[in-house]
Every structure is written in structure tokens, then in C-alpha cells.
Design a protein around this ligand. Structure first.
Ligand code: COA
Length: 260
């Protein structure tokens, strides 16, 4: 039997997803992307899971990109489908009802950098390297890189990375706002789990509404975004968890949220 290309593990309220092709620096071939889709669905459906962490196997790479061997044989139509397939999965991750944290433990290039950007938060180890090297291969990013990178770091730095195909280290990624934290080598998963644990203690409905308000609202004019925010605020007010959260504050005790 083939080895699993994406490992799935639940650690309390956190699902840890590990892209498992270390011999190819976790490059995403079609089979790996398909498995990633399946385990993302599993994390989404699991009642026990509140937060998802995605990382790469081994100590060298998060994901070194889409599989160049597969890209090499694409033509106009299959290239378009290839991009649409990856984009759909990444958009699903971005809109997941549970926060997703990328633990970037090495190279995050091309589709790997794009995967990290589809996650809600990014933690990088000091040996992490980010880049969109597609122009070196005669292509452009196809999994949302030209759209998410400028939204995260601004047009100037994004175009510099996209046009030179160069890599930046974790420190520069932090300065640009591409990552939320930088930790020593080997500690990215630990730090991501720590963040995930902190998030998992908050109200699940509040978290879900925050993700939706930011991910969907940011693509709207500010007035429409605020309208969406008010609607989601109202929905939260109709929940048992809102009564529990506000009640617990007034009674000076810890809330017990039930996702209702
Ligand atoms: N697709 C397919 N295979 C890949 C890959 C990718 N994106 N990235 C790495 N690999 C494979 C290599 O071909 C090599 O396989 P092999 O041992 O069978 O020859 C293995 O992973 C190890 O990579 P290697 O290049 O030997 O490691 P390195 O430390 O010398 O270099 C990188 C590391 C990341 C700089 C280099 O692998 C690289 O440039 N990869 C491609 C990055 C890229 O362009 N990504 C965007 C794709 S759209």
C-alpha cells in the first residue's frame, strides 16, 4: 500500500495535518493535494477539533511547491484546470469554519508559500524560506499567490518577490507581516500548537464569525464589510455561547462554550 501523503492526527482540540513527502521536500503532486482535501474535510467535520495546524514532514521543508514534474507536461487547458483545482482547495482552507495555522518549518516556495498564505496564521522557524519562484520556470503562481501575497505584504514587496523569484528568510517575512511569529529551528509546530490551544479556548462561534468577517469582508467595500460584521454580530447574540460568555464574565467564572 502507498504511504499516506498527508498525516492526520488529533491532539485534543487541535488537528495536526502533516504533508508527508519529505524525500521531495513535500512538493504537492495531485495525489497529495487530493489527500490534503480529504483530511481538511475530516478536520472540518470532527466535533473534537477547534483549530487546524498544517506543517511539512522532516526538518527541511514546509512545502517546496507544486510538483514540477507534473507541471512540465501541462498544456493550456490542463494548466488552467491544474490551477483551478489548487485554488479551490486553498479557498476552502481559507474559508474553513475553524482557524488554520501554518507551521512553516523550512522551504515554503511556490504552492507551499501559497498554501501558507491560505492559512489564517503563519508561524515560521528561523530556517524557513519563502518565495514564489515560478518565473524561473516560465510560469506564474497558480494557487492564488499573485492575489494573496500583495494583500498580505503590500504591492511593492509582493511584486519584488514575484518578479525576481527570489527567497526571503523568516526574519524578513516577519518584517513584511507575512508571518505572525518566528521561532528557533524545530519549534514551529510547538509554537503553532500553543497558538492553536489559546484560540481553542475562545468561543467557537465567535472564532468562526471572525474568520468569515475578515476573509469575506476584506474583499468588500468597507460599508458592506461592516454590514456583514453587524449581521454576524447579531447571529452571535442569538447563541447560547454568547449568554454563557457574558454570564461567565459577570459571575467571575470561566465560560464553558458549547458551540450553540
Ligand atoms: N517539485 C518536484 N520535486 C521537487 C520540488 C518540486 N517543487 N522541490 C524539490 N523537489 C525534489 C528534488 O527534485 C529532489 O528530488 P530528487 O532527490 O529525486 O532529485 C528533492 O526534492 C530534494 O530537492 P533538492 O533540489 O535536491 O534539494 P536542495 O536542498 O538542493 O534545494 C530547493 C532545495 C527548495 C532550493 C530546490 O529543491 C528547489 O528549488 N525546488 C523547487 C522550488 C520551486 O521552484 N517551487 C515552485 C514550483 S511551482
Amino acid at each position: 500500500m502507498d504511504k499516506e501523503k498527508v498525516l492526520y492526527e488529533e491532539r485534543g482540540p487541535i488537528a495536526l495535518l502533516t504533508i508527508n513527502r519529505p524525500e521531495k521536500l513535500n512538493a504537492l503532486n495531485r495525489a497529495t493535494l487530493e489527500e490534503l482535501g480529504i483530511v481538511v474535510g475530516r478536520a472540518e467535520e470532527s466535533e473534537a477539533v477547534a483549530v487546524v495546524v498544517i506543517t511539512g514532514a522532516g526538518d527541511k521543508a514546509f512545502v517546496a511547491g507544486a510538483d514540477i514534474g507534473e507541471i512540465a507536461s501541462l498544456d493550456a487547458l490542463s494548466g488552467r484546470s491544474f490551477a483551478l483545482f489548487g485554488q479551490a482547495l486553498y479557498r476552502r482552507i481559507e474559508l474553513l469554519s475553524k482557524p488554520v495555522i501554518a507551521a512553516v518549518n523550512g522551504f515554503a516556495l511556490g504552492g507551499g508559500c501559497e498554501l501558507s498564505m491560505a492559512c489564517h496564521l503563519r508561524v515560521a522557524s528561523e530556517n524557513a524560506r519563502f518565495g514564489q519562484p515560478e518565473v524561473k520556470l516560465g510560469i506564474i503562481p497558480g494557487y492564488g499567490g499573485t492575489q494573496r501575497l500583495p494583500r498580505l505584504v503590500g504591492k511593492g514587496p509582493a511584486l519584488e518577490l514575484l518578479l525576481t523569484g527570489g527567497m526571503i528568510d523568516a526574519k524578513r517575512a516577519y518584517e513584511l507581516g507575512l508571518v505572525n511569529a518566528v521561532v528557533p529551528e524545530g519549534k514551529a509546530v510547538e509554537k503553532a500548537m500553543e497558538l492553536a490551544e489559546k484560540i481553542s479556548r475562545q468561543s467557537p462561534l465567535g472564532i468562526r464569525a471572525c474568520v468569515e468577517a475578515v476573509q469575506t469582508g476584506l474583499d468588500m467595500p468597507v460599508e458592506e464589510g461592516c454590514y456583514l460584521e453587524a449581521t454576524l454580530f447579531g447571529l452571535c447574540c442569538a447563541s447560547e455561547d454568547m449568554k454563557e460568555g457574558t454570564g461567565a464574565f459577570m459571575e467571575k467564572r470561566k465560560p464553558v462554550f458549547k458551540r450553540r
